[in-house]
Design a binder for this molecule. Sequence first.
Ligand SMILES: CCCCCCCCCCCC/C=C/CC(=O)SCCNC(=O)CCNC(=O)[C@H](O)C(C)(C)COP(=O)(O)OP(=O)(O)OC[C@H]1O[C@@H](n2cnc3c(N)ncnc32)[C@H](O)[C@@H]1OP(=O)(O)O
Length: 319
Amino acid sequence: MGQVQSRLTISPTPTKLAWMMHLRMLTTMHGLCEVRQCSKRWKNLCPQTKNLQKCQMSSAGSSEMLQVTVDDKSGIATMTMCRPPVNSLNLEFLTQINIALEKLENSKDCSGLIITSKIPKIFCAGLDIMEMYQPNVDRLQEFWRTLQEMYIRLYGSQLITAAAINGASPAGGCLMAMSCDYRVMAPGYKIGLNETQLGIVAPFWFQDLIINTMGFRQSEMALQLGTLFTSEEALNLGMVDKIVPQEQVMETAIQEIHKWKKIPGFARQITKSALRKPSIDKLHSKREEDIANFRDFITKDSIQKTLGMYIESLKKKAK
Ligand SMILES: CCCCCCCCCCCC/C=C/CC(=O)SCCNC(=O)CCNC(=O)[C@H](O)C(C)(C)COP(=O)(O)OP(=O)(O)OC[C@H]1O[C@@H](n2cnc3c(N)ncnc32)[C@H](O)[C@@H]1OP(=O)(O)O
């Protein structure tokens, strides 16, 4: 897929027209996915399915990186990541996730969302390191803006959100999971913000998120040491909420959403918004500064050298 030169602006509160124009631009520019007004038309797209409305977010031209299904009986959506080999988040993948989040948020039929992975033993390996290594600066900035967008959408979602963590979940994968309301994890995997181990720095909003999740003291140790926790350690720290055998992860997430659905939605949403709004507002107010910091940091020679060495070490390990 070619380099993206122009700026993609996904406004947090786009007008319907602006959003549609933006989606059309994305489709044209990237051959990303056949953009459809999903919420109303899922049924029409998949008339053969009764209870399961399926929206394939990618067209024949690109791989099916993200599968989104909504169970019309329960209103629970499942977003399944499938970007081999490790579900790393590049610009196109993040854009697809944002489009799906926008559609689900606006769908009257959807009340809950589960994020999970189709790749065995991997939930999400975090940011695609290749986006940060020897980057095109315009694309690099757009990449970061799109990651910010994902966090704003997911952490601020009105839906009941759960991460069904069925594999490794370092760095950006951990960010994604912690942005949900609930985390259920299979045993035997690692999760955490390991940025310092790569020689990079988790930005303030990653830091705020982990502090909001498990408190200051444990977060400052975890962030400085770049600790990847086992599922069991993560449970003890409050980074995840439950551990169940691999084959029960999805069912447990579904049951948990059903439990949350019994709470009056309006009261729950206002409470969630009040708790999370300060962190989201902080990012909104520093968004451009944060992008500039990221760009200046990543394009430093010393950081490029470190990233190059890290990529080599991953490749050697994979052999
Ligand atoms: C005022 C100034 C302040 C300054 C502020 C500055 C702000 C700067 C901000 C900068 C922050 C940037 C934030 C980054 C967050 C991130 O998410 S960084 C990414 C971190 N991710 C990782 O470290 C994960 C690395 N991967 C792994 O640990 C393992 O791959 C795995 C545990 C996920 C899976 O292991 P396994 O199943 O054994 O697979 P592998 O053989 O290791 O890998 C297979 C294959 O995938 C490639 N790969 C792995 N991870 C990534 C990745 N994240 N991106 C791209 N590619 C990845 C790996 O190289 C292998 O490829 P090949 O088969 O060799 O081609």
